[in-house]
Design a binder for this molecule. Structure first.
Ligand code: PSU
Ligand code: MN
Length: 306
């Protein structure tokens, strides 16, 4: 049993929805501080919240702020995170107690957002892309803590797959070993963020929010603990050409190597460089896929609440 209640600051609208067992969707904040430039990061975060609300669920953006685990942020708090950008501490599981006790500003990764969501009793979460097994992990040992969290924590993550800055094949193997199902929402191919097809299949395709909610219920009723990945491809009209993305990723990876960047800096560096190399196109794609994931997560949360 955890004793997390004194550490949580749950926004009133989120607390009310949880008390009445209404649909809530968790949202992460590393995507705001480290995943997109200002001011598009703030604009997108607010639009994502509106997309969740429009589908009948309550959004809860997570962060660590003023010595509290924040379950739900207001617009001023989202602005604060977005403006501070890379000055905000990127928090995964490891970082939570330190940043909390120091009173510093922390943004939550997928792993940390799952932890906060689970503490608050939220089981659906929408984001852009997951962390995973990095290319060259056989020697770097760089495997995102997101994958370990999915192995243990009962939160379903709607995402557009993982960027091919990662080794998607090895990421799939890791998830299989740890019993994390990868579901395709209306798709058989696992999406790869900017593109609709990573070249890998999902484990199971499900075509409705109700079917996915039923899967989550069965998994957790059976105490098969851990998360579920719901891959939701970027809408066709916003997908990017494979060649453009592949070239940008190859260049960003070479720069990462040349500069000897590792640890928690790797993913933000790669995200930033890919966005810079591809210019505004990739940012537009990024925004659209996050909005699309928010809608699907809200639909599943509503179905699960019924
Ligand atoms: N991938 C993206 N966008 C992101 C991230 C990953 O396409 O914003 C962020 C998420 O917060 C994810 C984190 O949880 O990076 C993973 O970081 P790491 O690889 O250091 O675990
Ligand atoms: Mn890493």
């Amino acid at each position: 049993m955890s004793n997390s209640a004194p550490y949580l600051d749950i926004q009133p609208a989120v607390a009310a929805a949880l008390a009445q067992q209404q649909a809530v969707v968790a949202l992460e904040s590393t995507i705001i501080s480290h995943g997109m430039p200002y001011p598009q990061n703030v604009e997108t975060a607010l639009q994502v919240e509106q997309a969740v609300t429009a589908r009948g669920a309550v959004p809860a953006t997570m962060a660590i702020m003023d010595g509290k685990l924040k379950i739900g942020l207001n617009a001023a708090e989202i602005e604060r995170l977005g403006q501070a950008g890379h000055a905000v501490i990127k928090c995964s599981r490891r970082d939570i107690p330190f940043v909390l006790n120091s009173g510093q500003l922390g943004a939550t990764t997928v792993a940390a957002t799952m932890i906060l969501a689970a503490q608050a009793g939220i089981s659906l979460f929408a984001t852009g892309g997951l962390g995973g097994v990095h290319r060259g992990a056989a020697t770097s040992f760089d495997v995102s803590a997101d994958l370990q969290e999915l192995a243990h924590t009962n939160v379903a993550v709607v995402c557009a797959g993982a960027k091919s800055i990662l080794d998607i094949g090895l990421t799939r193997e890791y998830l299989e070993t740890h019993g994390v199902p990868v579901v395709g929402y209306q798709c058989a191919a696992l999406p790869a963020f900017y593109v609709r097809d990573s070249g890998y299949q999902v484990d199971y395709q499900l075509d409705s929010a109700a079917d996915i909610a039923a899967l989550l219920k069965t998994k957790w009723d059976l105490a098969l603990n851990g998360g579920v990945i719901i891959g939701n491809p970027v809408p066709e009209q916003y997908a990017m050409p494979n060649t453009v993305i592949d070239a940008a990723i190859t260049q960003a990876l070479a720069e990462l190597d040349a500069q000897g960047i590792g640890g928690k800096e790797s993913t933000p560096f790669l995200l930033k460089r890919v966005a810079e190399i591809t210019g505004g196109d990739s940012l537009a794609t990024n925004i659209q896929l996050v909005l699309n994931n928010a809608r699907v997560a809200a639909d599943i949360a509503v179905a699960l609440a019924h």
